[in-house]
Design a protein around this ligand. Sequence first.
Ligand code: C5P
Length: 220
Amino acid sequence: GRPLVVAIDGPSGSGKSSVSKEVARRLRVAYLDTGAMYRAVAWDCLEKGIDLTDGALVEAAARALELELSTSPDHERVLVRGTDATDAIRDPRISASVSAVATNLGVRDELIRRQRALISEHGRRIVVEGRDITTVVAPDAEVRLLLTASEEARLRRRGAQLGGTQSDEQLAQQVLERDAKDSAVASFTRAADGVYTVDSSDLDFEQTVTAVLGVVHAVV
Ligand code: C5P
C-alpha cells in the first residue's frame, strides 16, 4: 500500500497508547510505542546498576541496547537482551526514572535513529506514538496529531489504569512531575504548525478513536 505514517504525540494519561493501538488495528498498519524504548533503556540501566545521572554511561547503554519490540498492535512485547521486560518497563520505578534517560541527548539520538529505521522497515505504514514524533522523528508523516486532555481527565484515567490504588497526591505527583520533566524533552502541549489537535477530555475511548480516524481520512 501507499505510505501512511500516523504520528501521534501527547502527554501521559491522554489515552495515547490505547487509542494509537486501536487506530493502527483499524488501519491495518504497524504500531510503534516509542515510550517503551525509553523505558527499556531505563530498565536496562537499573538492571546493570548504572547511575542514571552518569550521562556517558547511560548513552553507551542505549547505543549497545539489544532491544526487540513487537510492532503488532495486538501483542505488546519488549525483549531486552532476550529477556521479556514487557511488564517490568511499566513499573512505577521505571516511570519515575525514565525522564532522566529521555533528557540524555545521546540516548535520544540513538533511539530516534532506531525509530526512523523501524518506520522504513514497515514500508512507512505505521502509527508511531510518543512526545517528539510529529516534530522530530517523523515531521514528514502523512498525518500528524497531538492528543491532549485536561489535567483532570488525565489524572482520572491514570488513576483508573493503576486500579485506584494510589492516593490523589501520589497520582498528581507521578503524572504532573513527569510532565514537567518531559517538557524539557519536547513541546507536546501545543501543536506545531500543520499538526492537528484532538482533545479527548470529554470523549470516551470510542469517540477518541473515531476523532483520530476522522483526521486520518480527512488528510489522506
Ligand atoms: O509514553 P510513555 O509514558 O510510556 O513514555 C515514557 C517516557 O519516555 C516519557 O515520560 C518521556 O520521558 C520519554 N519519551 C520521550 N520521547 C518519546 C516517547 C517517550 O522522551 N518520543
